[in-house]
Design a binder for this molecule. Sequence first.
Ligand code: AMP
Ligand code: ZN
Length: 483
Amino acid sequence: MYLYNSATRKKELFVPNHPDIVKMYTCGPTVYHFAHIGNLRSYIMEDILDRYLRYAGYNLKRVMNITDVGHLTSDADEGEDKMLKGAKREHKSVMEIAKFYTDAFFSDCAKLNIRTPDVVEPATNCIDEYIKIISKLMDTGYAYFAGGNVYFDTSKLERYFVFNDFNAEDLDVGVREGVDEDTNKRNRNDFVLWFTKSKFEDQALKWDSPWGVGYPGWHIECSGISMKHLGEDLDIHCGGIDNAFPHHTNEIAQSESYLGHKWCNYWMHVLHLNTNDGKMSKSKGEFLTVSLLEQKGYDPLAYRFFCLQSHYRKALVFSWENLDNAQLAYNKLIARIAALKPEDGQLDEAAFLSMKDKFCKALDSDLNTSLAVTALYDVLKVPTNDFTKLYAIADFDKVLSLGLIEKAAKKREELKKQAVVAGEFTIVSESGESDAEIEAKIRARQDAKKAKNFAEADRIRDELKAAGVELTDIPHGVKWKKG
Ligand code: AMP
Ligand code: ZN
């Protein structure tokens, strides 16, 4: 398998460090708010890597942190504390916020068929690990104490910028966020390992340390948690592209200075999901969450499908229109799979292996999911029996995780007992009853959607809702029930 390694800026053959295990670390969410679908693009693509490594036979151990302390609004350790900000916003304690949004994150992941990593570790669980690392960095002169904080001294490194495909503007994180630079720093890129009470008097969570009562910086979390569970080396580290600098650069600086040797071999960064007017945000414009997609009638797996249609190393633009197209294509795909007959024939091994070969070649080439999706469509065209096609689809879906077999089986069942079939569009009621007036409105809503008149479609949905009728979009149609 070839993976693009952003540390070397080359596609490289993936060779694990150890014969019996692959060690992978993923930067987890900061649990001060819901994840937006941009964050979830990163987790979906990392999930594909996770699943494909297992599919290819590797014994994978994957660790992810939950950032519940230390992440400030600027990644350059300046600005407000994100968790504190969330707690104030909702008049709750920091731990209540952390619990609520951690649960919300995993609930979103479940809806998107994102596997939970083998180890999920909240940052607040590993204070001793950070203190151990920081103490050694202080002893060996890589860290210094100034103005109440412990900083990593980047001037002690021979080489600091590992992911140096960034321009000067990208490196100005602190300045860009509109916050003052920290005058305690000896060098512009020095970063905080440990904050003490001198900063954020109202900090909720604090621990004793050799440098005073305080809390860890954001970057040290990932080094500490990774070493706690995966030891002194790592095969793959992943995250969104904004994590590359300064977060991952700083992780490398402190980990390698602490260990005295190379830490991680492959770095995988997922490019951003953007909106038409730029960066996705939790505070400006529409806050795009999985729940919002569901409220608007989309299947979260149609969003997963949308993500898989493009390569993780290309920025992706989100628009409702793009998602409509993905939902439509996803529904059609399910309908085509539902039309296959499970009882048709026996496994045609030669045909299966040739389809699988194409699928694996796509993913072996730096996780080319759009080609893997093409390989999936090709299955529908191969001249073999339906049993073999369904067998191949089920096999590929171990990696793609689009719920294809389950959804197609459900669709087959629904088609059997469907109440009304009008052209390509299916309307079913949960109770099995039919109602001409409701069905007419649902069809009018569908027509409005087709004409991209979403305001009208939403109006009809609201009108039905007010009358006690709930709509759920299903593959190729709508299901309704009286509330
Ligand atoms: P956070 O919760 O802010 O720490 O971010 C969680 C993950 O989402 C990190 O890996 C980020 O790099 C990633 N991320 C943030 N914004 C986006 C975006 N617009 N598109 C894709 N990934 C993102
Ligand atoms: Zn991290």
